[in-house]
Design a protein around this ligand. Structure first.
Ligand SMILES: *[C@@H]1O[C@H](CO)[C@@H](O)[C@H](O)[C@H]1NC(C)=O
Ligand SMILES: *[C@@H]1O[C@H](CO)[C@@H](O)[C@H](O)[C@H]1NC(C)=O
Ligand SMILES: *[C@@H]1O[C@H](CO)[C@@H](O)[C@H](O)[C@H]1NC(C)=O
Ligand SMILES: *[C@@H]1O[C@H](CO)[C@@H](O)[C@H](O)[C@H]1NC(C)=O
Ligand SMILES: *[C@@H]1O[C@H](CO)[C@@H](O)[C@H](O)[C@H]1NC(C)=O
Ligand SMILES: *[C@@H]1O[C@H](CO)[C@@H](O)[C@H](O)[C@H]1NC(C)=O
Ligand SMILES: *[C@@H]1O[C@H](CO)[C@@H](O)[C@H](O)[C@H]1NC(C)=O
Ligand SMILES: *[C@@H]1O[C@H](CO)[C@@H](O)[C@H](O)[C@H]1NC(C)=O
Ligand SMILES: *[C@@H]1O[C@H](CO)[C@@H](O)[C@H](O)[C@H]1NC(C)=O
Length: 398
């Protein structure tokens, strides 16, 4: 999803940014080992366990986008945002991202007080819902990176029209449209942000954008009904050709810059969090949906992230339904199950049935994440890394 140009910078930063990486014993689970030669295996369910750790990231402190020449940002290294506990840092508010070729038909966001994988009592409440058929959109704002383009930030977040790609002057409900390769949508709640400012409800965000809160919660679930047809419209030279994806970002990221050329314009490279739910990574494996966490839990390489080795099957001719469940027990469970429904209340008995039906049919791939602590005491090492980052960025400019 990210930033080709940032890859180098982020890797340089990550190289030592995580005091913990030496102890990274990512006890990757059972099954298959992926290499460029050997495909991983197909599963019905992909799961991460022990997701969440004690760490911190740096939020953007200032953005100067008044001109292309002076365009720059600063992160606040003196006031790190500390996080800990299950699902952190993805327990922060998140935005939902969709990349074509995808025809999004339904979306649901749910919360529960707590959830332990496999539990069959209790239920989930729907707090946001979209249905392309009835054109119902409750608590969903459709946005895209379709606004003004400034060098360090890329294009600004703005409302999109019902076609999902044209800028709009106000919030519109998405039609039943198929996004093409490389076209992206951003879904946020309909709760508007207060003023931009460090430490304010939405932090610092880019001037002039429609700023909305993401979807909160540790124990949260996102469900999708979608078609991911083979690309048949745009040229094969298009970036991310035939690589549909659905993912979550820390909601700060799109409000500052999703694709910046300056890493200080986003909290991404300092590890505020990305969770790839269903992602096609290349056209060689165009039918394999992978799931990846991008943060510093037991790894220093945020660009590669923590990739679940298994994959789910993309069926280009059949509608897919499924999503991700984040539990208070530190599990993140990704599934595609034709039993999935989008009711206002979903019982854990039903959820458990949906998941176990595909688990039985196609087994489950579990990845146990290593326990990690990455507190600000490691900041001494970070200083030198921000320096490296700056140097590299300077070299890029040259
Ligand atoms: C495609 O992505 C998979 C999963 O990351 C990887 O194993 C494989 O090497 C990639 N293939 C190519 C040709 O890049
Ligand atoms: C920056 O450059 C882009 C691309 O050339 C242009 O579209 C945009 O208007 C410029 N922005 C400013 C603030 O000058
Ligand atoms: C589910 O059952 C467990 C074990 O009996 C209990 O501790 C928990 O409170 C119940 N949860 C709900 C939401 O009813
Ligand atoms: C929405 O569009 C898709 C793709 O063109 C189509 O298969 C589906 O039937 C449409 N849904 C409705 C409700 O018209
Ligand atoms: C946000 O969505 C909820 C649920 O659909 C609705 O009740 C509320 O009026 C919406 N608020 C705004 C400001 O649009
Ligand atoms: C933004 O403008 C820059 C030139 O300043 C250009 O390289 C880049 O492709 C543009 N980005 C988009 C998304 O249009
Ligand atoms: C909409 O989603 C937001 C963000 O998670 C949540 O705080 C709010 O309660 C939701 N609104 C409704 C009406 O459920
Ligand atoms: C869902 O149903 C479609 C159409 O019948 C089928 O092709 C697909 O394999 C099923 N998916 C799962 C995950 O069972
Ligand atoms: C990012 O900020 C650090 C200081 O926090 C600075 O050293 C570095 O040069 C900045 N990077 C860029 C690309 O501006």
């Amino acid at each position: 999803m990210n930033f080709l140009r940032l890859a180098l910078l982020a890797t340089a930063l990550a190289g030592n940014a995580n005091g913990n990486s030496a102890h990274a014993t990512a006890s990757a689970a059972s099954a298959s080992v992926s290499s460029s030669q050997v495909y991983s295996d197909q599963y019905g369910v992909l799961q991460f366990q022990n997701f969440g750790f004690e760490g911190y990231f740096f939020n953007v402190k200032s953005i100067d986008s008044s001109s292309n020449d002076s365009c720059t940002c600063e992160v606040n290294r003196h006031k790190p945002v500390n996080f800990e506990g299950p699902i952190s840092p993805l327990n922060n508010e998140v935005s939902v991202h969709i990349r074509g070729p995808i025809n999004l038909q339904k979306f649901g966001y749910y919360v529960a007080d707590d959830y332990t994988f496999g539990q069959t009592n209790g239920s989930w409440s729907r707090l946001a819902y979209y249905d392309s058929d009835s054109r119902q959109a409750d608590n969903v704002t459709f946005l895209g990176n379709v606004g003004e383009n400034v060098t360090c930030l890329g294009r600004a977040l703005d409302y999109v029209d019902a076609d999902g790609v044209s800028p709009a002057s106000e919030s519109a409900v998405l039609d039943n449209v198929t996004l093409h390769s490389n076209q992206e949508l951003v879904l946020m709640s309909n709760v508007t942000c207060g003023d931009s400012g460090f430490g304010k409800d939405c932090g610092v965000y880019r001037d002039g954008i429609p700023a909305y809160h993401g979807y909160y919660g540790t124990t949260k679930m996102f469900l999708f009904q979608f078609l991911a047809p083979e690309e048949d419209t745009v040229s094969e030279d298009t970036a991310s050709y035939n690589m549909p994806a659905i993912w979550l970002l820390n909601a700060h990221i799109p409000r500052t810059a999703q694709y910046p050329t300056n890493a200080n314009c986003s909290c991404w490279s300092s590890g505020c969090g990305e969770f790839d739910i269903f992602e096609i990574l290349n056209t060689t494996e165009a039918l394999h949906f992978y799931s990846t966490i991008h943060d510093y839990q037991g790894t220093g390489d945020i660009e590669t992230g923590l990739a679940n080795e298994g994959y789910l099957e993309r069926t280009p001719d059949a509608v897919m339904t499924g999503g991700v469940v984040f539990g208070s027990d530190g599990t993140a469970t990704v599934f595609l199950s034709n039993s999935t429904s989008f009711d206002e209340t979903i019982s854990n008995a039903d959820l458990s049935d949906w998941i176990s039906s595909v688990e039985k049919a196609d087994s489950e791939h579990t990845m146990m994440l290593s326990s990690a602590t990455n507190t600000i005491n490691g900041a001494g090492t970070l200083e030198s890394n921000w320096w490296t980052l700056g140097l590299l960025a300077f070299m890029c400019v040259l």
